[in-house]
Design a protein around this ligand. Sequence first.
Ligand code: 2AM
Length: 182
Amino acid sequence: VSERLRLFVALELPREGRSALAGWAAEVVPLGVRVVPEENLHLTLAFLGSRSAADAEAVSERLALVAWPPEALATAGAQWLPERRPRVLAVSLSGADDLAALRDRLVASLVRAIGFELERRPFWPHVTVGRVMRDVRVDGRREFPVPVPQLSMHPAALTLFASRTTAEGARYEALARVELAS
Ligand code: 2AM
């Protein structure tokens, strides 16, 4: 049996940062928008899609080689996306140049390890904090009743996750993790 896994590589965020983001989202989302549970908040660096267990293994083995603690990530506003018919609420994180450098190293490693093909859209560091329920429309131009908290946080780990859909929503299982010293 060849199990397929829905994989992505992400930076894990520290507990206080996740908690502040989830708290803010809970305050501002209108009815019909689910706040992403705190434990599911992360910054995706690369979405790998459906992959074999062998690919997961190959990526796991290389994670430590690319992990390099980026400087603090700072929150930089929030957006409903796509603008015309929002499906998610996301908080932008602006890293120093070394966030882009970490991502470039990761992508280069993924290309060699599993023939990863980079998405065409530019890298936009963000944390998805809310998901709009099916058939619900929200006005993406409305101002937030409470401003996004200004946070600065050091990512806690570089992690390969498998995403599983359950009755309660998405569950992310860490398959490999490299702790990042801050
Ligand atoms: P999102 O936060 O913008 O929704 C697990 O689903 C993670 O992988 C999420 O962070 C999600 O991004 C990202 N992801 C899911 N599907 C994706 C896709 N088709 N392209 C890029 N990223 C995706």
